[in-house]
Every structure is written in structure tokens, then in C-alpha cells.
Design a protein around this ligand. Structure first.
Ligand code: URA
Ligand code: SF4
Length: 218
């Protein structure tokens, strides 16, 4: 057998990088900038930690940063983020008041020839699980009254691998997440709306799910 040069996949975890209880969001963000819990930090530009107020009542959880987010260091600042903001506003939710984050904090991509454009690649379940301690720490600090789950990766990270967007979308779920009861409204990922053949229909579906979230927010 050849000697192992990197941690085995099942040993990926952000855990050793996460500060102990008592750290605030700024301290978490700073620590996350140095996370080496899985191999995704190697090719990405920087950690894209969550953004927003610790007192936010609504938390939005996406998949992972995209190309623009990786360059700018903030979640949902690219095309998917613009669509999301528009849909939130239309549903009666203020995008500026939400805490926005991703299940995975580094951009995963492949390069498309000939010019080497970076193409989004879905993170593996192991990578999402490795990054879970950051999301758990964000949840424990923000303590949102409602979580909007954007797509399958976020859903599996929060609710387990049996999560299916098509079954759960547009409903209010009450579930244990990392040992605490949480209220969640799943919906499709805004990038899926951008890729949909019937984009207008997919967008209307997203807005309709977000209206459920607006109503469920106490
Ligand atoms: N897609 C995501 O899931 N998150 C981002 O931050 C941007 C695009
Ligand atoms: Fe750490 Fe998450 Fe980045 Fe992996 S993706 S290195 S676990 S912050």
C-alpha cells in the first residue's frame, strides 16, 4: 500500500478549527478563514463565511460559494444571489435583514478548456459533512427563528441524506438540527431557477415557497 499523504476522506472535518463556545461571529469568521478541514481550501481563493447580523430572525442556507462569491469573499453576490434577493423582496422578506450562509464555505470547481473558466462542481456529502461544524456554530450564535433551506446540499447538511427538495419544498418543517429544535422551510436553489428550462415557472415556485417562509416567520 502506498503511504497516505492526505487525510482519509472520512477524516475530513472543520472541527479542530472551530473556536470554543463564547466566540462571536467575527471570531468565527476569522477562524474559518484558516480552515483546512477538507481539501476544498486548496484551490479556492478564500473562505466565504456567512454574512449578516447575529440578531437576524431569518437564516438562508445555500450550497457553496460560486465564482463571484469566491472572488469577493461574500455569499450570494453573483447571479444566483441577485435572483434570490429579488425573489425574497417579492415574497415580502427583506434580503438585508437575513443572515445568509452556505453549507460549504469553499468554492469547488473544475476548469473548462480552452480558457480555463471555472465551472461549479457540487460538493460531496463528505465535504458538506466536514464543513458542518461551521454551520452548526453559525446556527448556535444566530439562533434564527426560521431557516430557509436552498436546495439539496443545504437540505442534506441540515436534515440528513434522505432529504428531498421535491417532497419538502414550500412546507414548514419542525426538526432537530444539531440537537436543537428548528423551524425550516425548504425550497429550490436559486441557481436551479437560472438553469431551468421554464425559468419563469421555476422563479414563481421559488417566490411561492418564500411566501410560506414569510408567513411562518413569527
Ligand atoms: N450559490 C450558493 O449556494 N451560494 C452562494 O453563495 C452563491 C451561489
Ligand atoms: Fe474547511 Fe469547509 Fe473549507 Fe472544507 S470547505 S476547508 S471544511 S471551510
Amino acid at each position: 500500500m502506498s503511504p497516505r499523504t492526505t487525510a482519509p476522506e472520512d477524516a475530513y472535518t472543520a472541527e479542530p478549527f472551530v473556536p470554543d463556545d463564547g466566540a462571536d461571529l467575527a471570531a468565527l469568521r476569522e477562524a474559518a478563514a484558516g480552515c483546512r478541514g477538507c481539501p476544498l481550501h486548496r484551490d479556492a481563493t478564500q473562505t466565504v463565511f456567512g454574512a449578516g447580523d447575529a440578531g437576524a430572525r431569518l437564516m438562508l442556507v445555500g450550497e457553496q460559494p460560486g465564482d463571484q462569491e469566491d472572488r469577493q469573499g461574500r455569499p450570494f453576490v453573483g447571479p444566483a444571489g441577485r435572483l434570490l434577493d429579488r425573489a425574497l423582496s417579492e415574497a415580502g422578506l427583506d434580503p438585508g435583514e437575513a443572515y445568509v450562509t452556505n453549507a460549504v464555505k469553499h468554492f469547488k470547481f473544475t476548469r473548462a478548456e480552452p480558457r480555463g473558466r471555472r465551472i461549479h462542481k457540487a460538493p460531496s456529502l463528505r465535504e458538506a459533512a466536514a464543513c458542518g461544524p461551521w454551520l452548526a456554530a453559525e446556527l448556535a450564535l444566530v439562533e434564527p427563528e426560521l431557516i430557509v433551506v436552498l436546495g439539496a446540499t443545504a437540505g442534506k447538511a441540515l436534515l440528513g441524506s434522505s432529504f428531498r427538495v421535491t417532497k419538502a419544498r414550500g412546507t414548514v418543517l419542525e426538526r432537530e438540527v444539531h440537537g436543537r429544535p428548528r423551524r425550516l422551510v425548504p425550497t429550490v436553489h436559486p441557481s436551479a431557477v437560472l438553469r431551468a428550462e421554464d425559468r419563469e415557472g421555476a422563479y414563481r415556485g421559488l417566490v411561492s415557497d418564500l411566501k410560506v417562509a414569510a408567513t411562518a416567520l413569527p
